[in-house]
Design a protein around this ligand. Sequence first.
Ligand code: FES
Length: 59
Amino acid sequence: MTRFKIIAGGPLEITGFFRIADSTGRIIAREEPVFLCRCGESKNKPYCDSSHKRNGFSE
Ligand code: FES
């Protein structure tokens, strides 16, 4: 089972069985949990780097 959880004011958390591929199809993540940036300000996309805590992201 794969679970997607939106963290209020923060990233999207993914846990369970999944793979994330880049634009070429190369697998870049398969371990759990993964936190994906939703605010667009991360310097380590697609992963959250906690920039949302400084930029006032609230969705
Ligand atoms: S959601 Fe955390 S850096 Fe964007």
